[in-house]
Ligand binder design. Structure first.
Ligand SMILES: Cc1cc2nc3c(=O)[nH]c(=O)nc-3n(C[C@H](O)[C@H](O)[C@H](O)COP(=O)(O)OP(=O)(O)OC[C@H]3O[C@@H](n4cnc5c(N)ncnc54)[C@H](O)[C@@H]3O)c2cc1C
Length: 416
């Protein structure tokens, strides 16, 4: 692709993550000329990093439970999933020679748990299909007369396209290419954009120096998290989390990050209660802790009578005062329901994903921007969120497909 090309692409896809690549694939398969622009030197960097954790591609949970993971946006995302759901995604991966399996948690992974072979095979197939890749092309908005502007190592170039799919990602891990810089460019053109917020993120609590220096990085497992939603309904979820230097993170906390983040925004802070001894009954625990210590230290007493050691014991010392620690009833209560005051979400740059972005109300049912005809949007830059577990990638693939097909449909109606 070059400056003021005499052969303008029919479709410019901007952003080479899963959403953009999927949009490119379906549009090309429908016979559309596709040029894919990527700001970084290679596509799929975040997808590759996702592979470091085993590449949790999707989830085996049946619908409509699957859809409910997208919270307020479940109906819109379900519409995309109707055309490309978890089974379709697994079948698509099989088409690239990547077999998948459902793990014990229901999460779906490639057999080798790697992202690189899938991405390599996919990019090869896209190139063979005729998708033209333009890396190191960072989109920076539009010229006055509507051409796309890119910065490249050779200077700025402008490109005209009949339709555009924007799949620029959210704002987490910006070093991988998705930095959310697009927000004002779209907002200035009348697109309703909700500010990007951290999702699947850790939270700050503010440990003492003593606790942080000894226990940062220590896993808390198993624990049950209890929290109250904005309707006052109590929820409980068992899982694992990790103490950090400033607070807490990990899969259990990520799963609750949306309601916790929203509660902090609303109330200034949120309280998460942790059951440090799942499976132990409060009354029994209190009875055991009431047994004489016979000269043993409190740590040893906690270990023997409650099975509480390491970071779990340290959390009790961190949270309770001397008198509370000495009282078996208070101690047992704290073990079963330790209150952690969450002060703030960790910054977006550290989060696994983003909430916020282009509001779905700004799109028509083909994922085209109502304010900017011919411009389609897909992936994490849209305002939906979901917990980890493969739900993020699934919606990116399905939404990318929707936007690509939408562009095909739109172009076909415009063609003579
Ligand atoms: C550490 C980590 C682990 C994860 N693990 C999982 C997992 O196991 N399962 C799961 O479902 N999800 C996981 N995710 C989330 C998942 O990777 C993302 O939701 C997904 O990659 C988003 O896809 P996308 O195509 O919308 O955006 P991205 O993958 O972010 O791709 C957007 C692309 O657009 C490019 N771009 C951005 N701005 C511009 C511009 N101005 N010009 C040109 N190009 C631009 C970027 O460089 C990038 O390549 C993980 C995320 C992280 C950070």
């Amino acid at each position: 692709m070059s400056t003021a090309s005499t052969h303008p692409p029919r479709l410019a896809v901007i952003g080479g993550g899963p959403a953009g690549l999927m949009a490119a694939e379906v549009a090309r398969a429908a016979g559309v000329e596709v040029d894919l622009f990527e700001g970084k030197g290679s596509v799929g960097r975040k997808f590759l990093i996702a592979g470091k954790g085993g590449l949790n591609l999707t989830h085996g949970e049946p619908r409509p439970g699957f859809d409910r993971r997208y919270r307020e946006r479940q109906f819109e995302v379900a519409d995309w999933l109707d055309e490309f759901d978890a089974d379709a995604l697994r079948e698509w991966a099989r088409g690239l020679g990547i077999e998948t399996y459902i793990g014990t948690s229901g999460r779906v992974f490639p057999i080798d748990r790697k992202a690189a072979p899938l991405l390599r095979g996919w990019v090869r197939r896209l190139r063979e299909a005729g998708v033209r890749f333009h890396v190191q092309h960072r989109w920076i908005g539009w010229t006055g007369d509507g051409a796309l502007r890119f910065t490249t190592p050779d200077g700025e170039v402008t490109v005209r396209a009949d339709a555009v799919v924007l799949a620029l990602g959210g704002g987490s891990w910006p070093q991988l290419g998705s930095d959310g810089a697009w927000q004002p460019w779209l907002a200035e053109r009348g697109v309703d954009v909700a500010p990007l917020l951290p999702s699947n993120c850790g939270f700050d609590i503010g440990w003492s120096e003593h606790f942080a220096s000894r226990h940062a990085g220590a896993p808390l497992k198993p624990v049950i998290a209890h929290w109250r939603d904005d309707a006052g309904v109590e929820h409980a979820l068992q899982g694992e989390c990790v103490a950090t230097a400033t607070g807490i993170e990990g899969s259990l906390v990520y799963a609750l990050s949306a309601p916790l983040r929203d509660a902090i925004a609303r109330d200034g802070e949120a309280t998460l209660h942790l059951d440090l001894a799942p499976g132990r009954e409060l009354a029994r625990l209190q009875a055991d802790l009431s047994k004489p210590r016979a000269g043993r230290s409190l740590s040893e007493h906690l270990r023997r009578q409650a099975g509480i050691t390491g970071v779990k014991a340290a959390l009790l010392y961190e949270t309770l005062d001397k008198a509370q620690l000495a009282d078996p009833a208070t101690l047992a209560q704290a073990i079963k329901r330790l209150p952690l005051e969450l002060k703030r979400a960790r910054p977006l740059a550290e989060a696994i994903s983003s909430a916020g972005g282009v509001r779905l109300e700004a799109l028509d049912d083909r994922s085209m921007l109502e304010a900017l005809p011919g411009i389609f949007v897909a992936g994490e830059m849209l305002d939906w969120e979901a917990p980890t577990g493969g739900y993020l990638l699934t919606a990116c693939f399905a939404g990318g497909r929707r936007a690509g097909m939408g562009a095909v449909d739109w172009l076909s109606r415009r063609s003579p």
